[in-house]
Design a protein around this ligand. Structure first.
Ligand SMILES: [Zn+2]
Length: 61
């Protein structure tokens, strides 16, 4: 059994630690539990998040 190490990145807005899945991909959008912001994964290595652009079309619902 493989242990996936949980990682976190800091929210660019409120600096809370945002949990990031071990298999996260660049461009993936995560939500900050603290301030509710949508954060896009800019780069994997180093792990960096940025506020996701607010485009309200076709967000896969
Ligand atoms: Zn936040």
């Amino acid at each position: 059994m493989t242990t996936l190490k949980a990682q976190t990145a800091s929210c660019p807005l409120c600096e809370a630690a945002v949990p990031v899945p071990a298999d996260v991909m660049q461009g993936e959008v995560l939500a900050c539990d603290d301030c509710g912001a949508e954060l896009e994964v800019q780069t994997i290595d180093p792990l960096a998040l940025a506020e996701a652009p607010e485009v309200a079309e076709d967000w896969g619902e």
